[in-house]
Design a protein around this ligand. Structure first.
Ligand code: THU
Length: 133
């Protein structure tokens, strides 16, 4: 799948965002090495802290279906904001453990676009190897 196709799948996921509080809609799509797609949207809650971001939902969906880091090929995250939504701090922490350091992360708001990776988004990581010794 091309970058543009993956981004357009993430925009489809964004249609399922449940965001009555922020009215800020985010969609994400994970592509696996065997060509499967897993979708996520942000799902908010009246207890605001219970909200979950689109990219975590998408990556958790892939893991919930048995996929692991090595089988995750790319991730697209899109939003309807005025500027590109970079993953929040909690999502960066989750991504640093669950996807490859250099796996392409495509960001778009339909106007601007960029490619990044978790190595760039989260330097000096705290991870599995710090805890399991
Ligand atoms: N949000 C995401 O889904 N992903 C991000 O990368 C940034 C923030 C959601 C959480 C909340 O529902 C809304 O955007 C506003 O913070």
């Amino acid at each position: 799948m091309t970058k543009d196709e993956l981004i357009s799948e993430a925009f489809k996921a964004m249609e399922n965002a449940y965001a009555p509080y922020s009215n800020y809609h985010v969609g994400a799509c994970v592509e696996t090495t065997d060509g499967k797609l897993f979708y996520g949207a942000n799902i908010e809650n009246a207890s605001y802290g219970a909200t979950i971001c689109a990219e975590r939902n998408a990556v958790f969906a892939a893991y919930s279906n048995g996929y692991r880091k090595e089988q995750i090929k790319a991730l697209a995250i899109v939003s309807d904001g005025g500027r590109i939504a970079a993953p929040c701090g909690i999502c960066r922490q989750v991504l640093c453990e669950l996807v490859g350091q250099n796996m392409p992360i495509y960001l778009s708001n339909g106007k601007d676009e960029m490619m990044t990776c978790i190595e760039k988004l989260l330097p000096m990581q705290f991870g599995l190897e710090d805890v399991i010794r």
